[in-house]
Design a protein. Structure first.
Length: 75
């Protein structure tokens, strides 16, 4: 519960929520969606161009990676 308190959450309410597994179906659904998209970590990005092509960018990347991709898609 230290984490909850460290980020400003009410640690009692957080503990109760965790003990009750209140949002487990939402978390499991998000995990399933992420696996279905081939996501293995964060951050990952999907850039969808006007022609409907999708480019996946994995991990933290410098601005130049995005800039070059955007420029190439806008041509």
């Amino acid at each position: 519960m230290k984490f909850a308190k460290d980020v400003g959450l009410n640690d009692t309410q957080f503990g109760q929520c965790m003990a009750q597994s209140r949002y487990i179906s939402t978390v499991q659904g998000s995990l399933s969606d992420a696996k279905g998209l081939g996501l293995t970590g964060t951050p990952d990005f999907f850039v969808i161009a006007h022609d409907k092509t999708i480019t996946k960018i994995e991990g933290a990347q410098p601005f130049t990676v995005f800039d070059e991709l955007f420029k190439s898609k806008l041509k």
